[in-house]
Design a protein around this ligand. Structure first.
Ligand code: SF4
Ligand code: SF4
Length: 166
């Protein structure tokens, strides 16, 4: 399998930058507004569409090879993807990282619902506001929040201040 094929496999198994975990919106170029409307992407301003993306099916982008896919979708690369592109290595290990992170993100999303912000922003606010001690009544959530924050920063290079994909 070529490196490009491995990178495709990684992202198609992941989708954390599309499902509202890492970002709440994704930017569009000025010439991408009409194509984005045609794709029925939920445009929230002149220059962005809302995430989770409705064109994601499970972990997979349903328009992965479509030339009408917004440029940001092909341009964004998290730390994990960049690392694999630069260093190669065992793709199964990297896929196990995204699989574990997706499981935790799903549990946290279910317990901290908020359509307006990314999951990482919710986690960061929780940690900043009350600390994990505020979750004494739900130790599983406290562990998940802590692990998700570590994984997204360490493995995916997420900077919490950034709300928009790109
Ligand atoms: S978060 Fe990284 S590995 Fe996951 S889909 Fe986005 S670029 Fe690919
Ligand atoms: S179009 Fe595909 S790559 Fe872009 S945000 Fe939606 S699911 Fe992700």
């Amino acid at each position: 399998m070529s490196l490009e094929d491995e990178l495709d496999r990684l992202c198609l198994a992941c989708g954390l930058c599309c499902d509202g975990t890492i970002f709440a919106v994704a930017p569009l170029g000025p010439l991408e507004l009409e194509p984005a409307r045609s794709l029925k992407l939920p445009i929230v301003s002149d220059r962005a569409f809302k995430l989770p993306c409705p064109l994601q099916d499970g972990t997979r982008c349903t328009i992965h090879a479509d030339p009408a896919r917004p440029a940001i979708c092909g341009a964004y690369q998290c730390k994990l993807r960049k690392q694999h592109a630069a260093e190669g290595g065992d793709i199964e290990e990297r896929i196990s990282i995204v699989t574990r992170t997706r499981v935790i993100a799903g549990r946290v999303r279910a317990k901290l619902p908020d359509a307006e912000t990314s999951v990482i922003k919710r986690v960061d606010k929780l940690i900043q506001d009350g600390g994990l001690a505020s979750l004494r009544g739900d130790p599983e959530l406290a562990l998940d929040v802590a692990e998700l924050a570590v994984r997204l920063e360490r493995d995916f290079g997420v900077v919490v201040e950034r709300e928009g994909k790109g």
